[in-house]
Ligand binder design. Structure first.
Ligand code: PBG
Length: 333
């Protein structure tokens, strides 16, 4: 039987999809170059751009090349660059002393970038792993990652980075109490303008694999990081982590990895309304690049779609190895 009413729906959701103009008008989320933080790997030497096999298109750069990269990023409008050191084996010891040396690789890179390209914000990573012989983010005593002794070392490491000119410190170690300790040490030392972007909800993830290749930690790591990084099964715990870090003085917070944890991004943004970042980590980058290189996915399109998903999930910005490529694409319109 035919309905007496006209069988046409009053609401046709396709109306606002019909033309580019209508789609522009109703678009809720946009990705801009201002949303990007670019993680880069720095190594010793000069004039070196060394490819990382599990991260196609990403190189380890000597300090002079990192400065060039920062200049290029600034021209593209990328607001921040994040430094990760690939250290010599000789710099990796059990006492991790190189971590707070003013002349370690990342501090030299920070100084060189701030001198040549002062307008770009320089972010750091605070964790002992690049300088730890056993690859852990904290000191290991009798097979255990000790918390409070590690926090003291992390504070020294963060102060050295602030001293070198870093704008944003990124504690990625997941020790308890590190944000409060770092904030008060920064204030006491007069670094009142140095921000903290805390890796607050950092999961014990297998998606960090290519990064560990990039920084030469894959072979070095003894055991896993499950006693300090979060269990991927938990989400309420992420909110407790964020709440604590904000109360201890974090200016911005991060969820990491990104794409498999978009539910966490949304919960964090809704609960706190704080500046929220996601880290699209090395494994996410490697997956998309591998499929694109095989011709199975359209690389540019999945890159843009994956980054837009972070905006939709409530993030204010994204750390991504795609940053310069996205920035160029956005500049082309
Ligand atoms: C080190 C650190 C890691 C990443 C950022 N900082 C690796 C780890 O925790 O083992 C991963 C980033 C990525 O995979 O892109 N504390």
């Amino acid at each position: 039987m035919r309905p007496t009413q006209a069988p046409y729906p009053a609401t046709r959701l396709r109306r606002t999809r019909a033309t580019p103009a209508l789609r522009d008008l109703v678009r809720q989320n946009t990705l801009t170059v201002g949303d990007l933080i670019w993680p880069v790997f720095v190594r010793a030497g000069e004039g070196i751009e060394e490819p990382i096999p599990s991260m196609p298109g990403v190189n380890r750069l000597s300090v002079d090349k990192v400065v060039d990269a920062a200049r290029m990023a600034a021209h593209l409008g990328i607001p921040a660059i994040c430094i990760f050191p690939y250290t010599d084996l000789a710099d990796r010891t059990l006492d991790c002393a190189m971590a707070w040396s003013p002349d370690n690789l990342s501090n030299r890179a920070i100084r060189a970038i701030k001198e040549a390209v002062p307008e770009i914000a320089v972010m750091t990573d605070i964790a002992l792993d690049p300088y730890n012989a056993n690859g852990h983010d904290g000191f290991v005593v009798d097979g255990e990652i000790v918390n409070d002794e590690t926090v003291e070392a992390l504070v020294k490491m963060g102060l050295a980075q602030a001293e070198a000119g870093a704008d944003i410190l990124g504690p990625s170690d997941m020790m308890d109490g590190r944000i409060g300790a770092l904030r008060s040490a920064l204030e006491a030392a007069g670094h009142t303008k140095v921000s903290i972007l805390s890796y607050s909800a950092k999961y014990a993830s297998a998606f960090y694999g290519p990064f560990r290749d990039a920084v030469g930690a894959s072979g070095a790591l003894t055991g896993d990081k499950n006693t300090y990084q979060m269990d991927p099964a938990n989400s309420d715990e992420a909110l407790r982590q964020i709440e604590r870090d904000l109360s201890e003085g974090a200016d911005m917070v991060m969820v990491k990895p990104g794409m498999p944890y978009l539910d966490i991004c949304r919960r964090v943004k809704d609960a706190f309304g704080a500046p929220t970042f996601a880290y699209q980590v090395s494994g996410e980058y490697a997956m998309l690049m591998a499929a694109a290189q095989n011709g199975w996915l359209d690389g540019d399109k999945v890159m843009m779609e994956s980054l837009l998903s972070f905006k939709r999930a409530g993030c204010d910005g994204i750390l991504t190895y795609f940053a310069p490529r996205v920035a160029k694409l956005l500049a082309q319109g």
